[in-house]
Design a protein around this ligand. Structure first.
Ligand SMILES: Nc1ncnc2c1ncn2[C@@H]1O[C@H](COP(=O)(O)OP(=O)(O)OP(=O)(O)O)[C@@H](O)[C@H]1O
Ligand SMILES: [Mg+2]
Length: 258
């Protein structure tokens, strides 16, 4: 397990649009950290910089004590789970995972066809897909496809997994069960997880700590409890606390009616 991932003074612009302004925070080894903020605030850009798909204009990223700011994505030992699953449509669930194991440059050919198959089966079993080895993505539900993507990412044994709104295409029931499963996987594999969402409830239900972001800046990073008890500023109060209160109130209203 890593000790920490440190983001130090990262800024990024596209053309003359400044997207990230001097972002600094530390992710602790083994923690589940959410980055919560409204659409367009720079969450995906931040994640792409962390994983190495984008370089910052200034600032640095350290994994433990190593400066990884310009290290290629394939050498960072980080995995990513996307909103749209990003599976190969022409491959079965099993083949999607097996293929990733065989092609990963980070694993340096440590798998052959037989051991890759065995590992892929084991990972799909862990996410509850033992009956779906031979299904193609189009034959699976959104939640099942996302489980394949999670199995594929975990199989590569990353130090850190980054999730970019992995549940936004799923219905409420599926979200609730995947929430719990992802938390269990985090515990079981002791993987550090960074989870992007614009869903306040999701962030508060899942996270050890939450980084609240708006317009390219981190406004507060703390435990759900501390954020609710003492929001750092007006933005945090409005975006998080009022929203959560509105949700709780409408839930109470709904339950009274029914
Ligand atoms: N490659 C790019 N070129 C130009 N502008 C970009 C690029 N990528 C992102 N942007 C801009 O940067 C800003 C932040 O985008 P980003 O995708 O990081 O936001 P986000 O917080 O992930 O939003 P959402 O919740 O909608 O996914 C947006 O204004 C977007 O248009
Ligand atoms: Mg995004």
């Amino acid at each position: 397990m890593i000790n920490k991932l440190a983001i130090e003074n990262v800024s990024k612009s596209f053309g003359n649009v400044a997207v990230l302004h001097d972002v600094s925070f530390v992710v602790r080894g083994g923690e589940f950290l959410s980055v919560l903020g409204p659409s367009g605030c720079g969450k995906t850009t931040l994640l792409r910089i962390l994983i190495g798909l984008e370089t910052p204009d200034s600032g640095k990223i350290f994994k433990d004590d190593a400066d990884i700011t310009t290290l290629p994505a394939s050498m960072r030992k980080m995995g990513m789970v996307f909103q749209n699953y990003a599976l190969f449509e022409n491959m079965t669930a099993l083949r999607n995972v097996e293929y990733a194991l065989l092609k990963s440059s980070a694993l340096k050919n440590s798998y052959n066809r037989a051991t890759a198959r065995e590992k892929a089966e084991e990972m799909l079993e862990i996410v509850g897909l033992e009956k779906f080895f031979d299904s193609k993505p189009s034959q699976l539900s959104g939640g099942q496809q996302q489980r394949v993507a999670i199995a594929r990412t975990l199989a590569l044994n990353p130090d850190i997994i980054l999730f970019d709104e992995p549940m936004s295409a799923l219905d409420v029931d599926m979200r609730l069960s995947l929430r719990a499963e992802i938390k269990e996987l985090a515990k079981k594999f002791r993987t550090t997880m960074i989870y992007i969402t614009h869903d306040q409830e999701e962030a508060f239900a899942m996270s050890d700590r939450i980084a609240i972001m708006n317009a390219g800046k981190i406004h507060q990073i703390d435990t759900p409890h501390n954020i609710i008890e003492s929001p750092a500023d007006e933005f945090v109060e409005n975006f998080v606390i009022k929203n959560i209160n509105i949700k709780i109130n409408s839930l109470i209203h709904f339950q009274r009616k029914s």
